[in-house]
Write a protein that binds this ligand. Structure first.
Ligand code: ADP
Ligand code: MG
Length: 699
């Protein structure tokens, strides 16, 4: 049988081995199905050409037809760029490239007629289009084209001729192979009731619409389906949970909780913290599994609330586990907990991927015997050989990096699943929370500990770094301290470390009267601790670091956070880093240093950071910035979620709508036996199988 989900892409006419490798590697396209679901990210109305004389700087993307008169290379270093002077006879517009200069110069010829596509802006009185799409004019067929699809492709693909047009051609080839009608993926009743376009037609029209109306209709059908199955999956999961899983009952507040509260706690809880502790206590005392999301901005004191919950577990004869997404974070939580619990008879242990076998064996034994009260861990805890005597509570930090599947794994560690408390340092926008966690209850810590001052944030281009240094010096002279952070995307990359080392050397030169510390993930835990300790005690005044200080670090006397190459960070990460300052009584500053050339996206990120200190606002904005077709930058921006067409920021209403539909189905067909819904349950099972890779990516 012809099955597009398994048929290898290399057999598609026009592909072959070499292109198949590119499609695999660059876009994750392996099967015909993957290509079918690789949707255009935009459509161009090719029925209309604009003229240069019409450009007013407020236009959307337009197309022009004309020729390049000359090339000119301008600027130095970061602002180096290639300018092509382009005209259609009604005026001139500058086409500008900051990257791929050599490639562009070799590819486009002076005097040839081209169709140029892009968003024009006016700068210094001149119209320009940055990084335009350019096609030979003979490919233009104005009236017959309808809407032309544009597909994201990478530079490497373009170099091999796999540009947007080639992708469109392959997709057209694909349709000529496919049967006239594909198997429907929604039930008849849903399609009829909500007036949806049949799948085959929607897929055809999402690639090749002849007008905007058709396109909207096709989009609606596909978005509906995508969001619907996510919701159906999640609601079905939580139904299983509610039906099958009773919860442990924590009936009392006992000795550990009280001793900690009265002897160890150095300050009063904020009102919000007290409220959340109350919410948690109510949850764990109802014989039903708690599944609660605790949202709170950076520095709002979530860790403390989690600790109180873990003490409750202990008081009721249970163990607790705190899971962090990285080893560094786990180490930090571990030392924080040890410090806070000093003097109490609580045994806290740390288990990560790098825990040695010698320590691991007794540790695993201690978990099974119940001698260990709190385990701080990473994914390492999910392994099958890690078992608890009585696991009563799991606290998950930075939830968005753990998927539903991982959580389900934790539930299976005991007959009765532990209560789950999820903490997010970056508040997750409501839409996303709903998508990821379905029925999770939400607590919000909407109050910072007293005495915090809003941080002043500035965005500075690298050429003004001297001013930044002068400013730092002034603060140091007043007795303050500063962090200077360099990007380190993967902890193993030598390249990144080089940045840090160079920066460190430069700073030592510039600030020779001060002591400077250095911190990165490659250092041994002991060295890291010692370095951190020197900074905390004021022995060093500047700490040059990678993002290892992103979370948990707490030095109130430090008032400056300089983030180098800020363009390489996602919004949530920037916000996290900024949260390292503003913890004392002094005014604090965050300085974002970037190159001169910035993408629109980066520019917006910087604007949002300088305009807002509110983690919720930032998280919402972050989501709005990243559409489904965004290839670059999603990895490190915190929330990675693989949607093909729906956009969580824009489709919130539709999401709510399909959620109700899914809920209705789950309620009315609890054992999945209704004939009418069979197609839905089967599809859901298939979807889960296929998206395993994606769930993995969230973790
Ligand atoms: P989060 O994990 O929410 O980012 P933390 O739990 O790390 O925040 O708390 C940030 C800092 O505030 C820590 O130094 C913590 O000890 C302190 N803190 C927490 N709660 C309070 C409070 N009620 N009053 C004063 N300081 C607090
Ligand atoms: Mg924290």
């Amino acid at each position: 049988m012809f099955d597009p989900t398994t048929r290898d892409i290399k057999y598609l006419p026009g592909v072959g081995e070499q292109r198949a490798t590119l499609l695999n590697r660059e876009l994750n396209i392996y099967s015909l199905y993957d290509l079918l679901y690789y949707f255009p990210y935009r459509y161009v109305d090719r029925s209309r050409l604009f003229t240069v004389s019409e450009i007013d700087g407020r236009m959307p993307h337009i197309q022009l037809c004309g020729e390049i008169r000359s090339f000119e290379e301008m600027g130095e270093g970061a602002s180096r760029r290639l300018v092509a002077h382009f005209t259609d006879g009604t005026g001139f517009v500058d086409l500008v490239w900051f990257r791929g200069i050599k490639y562009v110069k070799g590819r486009y010829k002076i005097g040839t007629k081209y169709i140029v596509f892009g968003k024009p802006t006016i700068f210094g009185g001149r119209a320009n289009i940055a990084h335009p799409d350019i096609d030979p004019a003979e490919t233009l067929q104005l009236s017959s084209m309808g809407l032309q699809p544009y597909y994201n492709t990478t530079e490497r693909m373009k170099r091999s001729g796999l540009n947007s047009q080639a992708m469109a051609k392959l997709t057209a080839n694909l349709f000529s192979l496919l049967p006239e009608t594909l198997d429907e993926t929604l039930s008849d009743s849903i399609i009829k009731r909500y007036n949806l376009m049949p799948l085959s037609k929607a897929l055809k029209l999402i690639h090749f619409p002849s007008n905007v109306n058709e396109l909207r209709h096709a989009e609606y059908r596909l978005k509906f389906e995508e969001l619907f199955y996510i919701q159906l999956g999640i609601l079905n999961y939580s139904k299983e949970r509610n039906f099958k899983y009773a919860g442990h009952n924590f009936t009392k507040v006992g000795e550990m909780f009280n001793r900690f509260y009265h002897e160890n706690l150095p300050f009063e809880l904020t009102g919000a913290q007290k409220r959340v502790v109350r919410e948690i206590r109510r949850d764990v005392n109802r014989c039903v599994q708690m599944n609660r999301l605790m949202q709170g901005d950076v520095g709002s004191g979530k860790t403390l609330v989690a600790l109180l919950a873990m003490l409750l577990a202990k008081d009721n004869g249970f163990q607790a586990c705190m899971m962090a997404p990285t080893e560094i974070l786990a180490e930090q939580h571990y030392s924080t907990l040890c410090r806070m619990l000093k003097g109490l008879p609580m045994r806290v242990e740390l288990l990560t991927g790098s825990t040695r076998q010698k320590e691991r064996t007794p540790l695993l034994a201690g978990l099974i015997s119940g001698e260990i009260d709190i385990l701080v861990s990473t994914h390492a805890v999910l392994e099958d050989n890690v078992n608890f005597a009585q696991l009563g509570l799991v606290v998950i930090d930075e939830q968005h990096r753990f998927g539903v599947v991982q959580r389900a794994k934790m539930w299976k560690k005991n007959n009765i699943p532990p209560h789950v408390l999820v903490m997010t340092a970056t508040p997750i926008p409501r839409t996303l929370a709903m998508t990821l966690y379905g029925d999770l209850d939400v607590s919000v810590i909407d109050e910072l500990p007293p005495g915090r001052k809003p941080i002043t944030t500035r965005h500075i281009f690298r050429n003004r770094i001297d001013e930044v240094y002068s400013f730092i010096e002034k603060q140091l002279r007043e007795g303050r301290q500063a962090y200077i952070v360099y990007p380190l995307i993967t902890e193993s990359e030598k390249m990144d470390l080089k940045n840090l080392e160079e920066g460190y050397a430069q700073l030592c030169n510039r600030f020779c009267d001060y002591r400077i510390g250095k911190l990165h993930g490659k250092m041994k835990p002991k060295e890291k601790d010692a370095e951190m300790q020197r900074f905390a005690s004021g022995e060093t005044q500047i700490l040059v670091s990678t993002t290892v200080i992103e979370v948990g670090v707490d030095v109130p006397n430090s008032t400056i956070m300089v983030i180098e190459n800020a363009e390489r960070f996602g919004l949530s990460q920037l916000h996290q880093l900024r949260g390292r300052v503003g913890r004392g009584a002094q005014q604090s500053y965050c300085i974002l240093v970037t190159d001169f050339k910035l993408s629109d996206d980066t520019r917006k990120r910087m604007e949002i950071m300088t305009a807002s200190n509110d983690g919720f606002e930032i998280a919402e904005a972050d989501l709005k910035l990243r559409g489904p077709g965004d290839i670059e930058g999603t990895q490190q921006s915190g929330i990675a979620f693989d949607l093909k067409i729906a956009n969580l920021a824009k489709d919130e209403q539709l999401l709510q709508f399909v959620r109700e539909i899914a809920r209705d189905i789950v309620d009315k067909d609890p054992d999945c036996s209704n004939e009418e819904n069979r197609i839905l349950w089967r599809r859901l099972a298939e979807f889960r199988r296929r998206s395993n890779r994606n769930w993995g990516a969230i973790s």
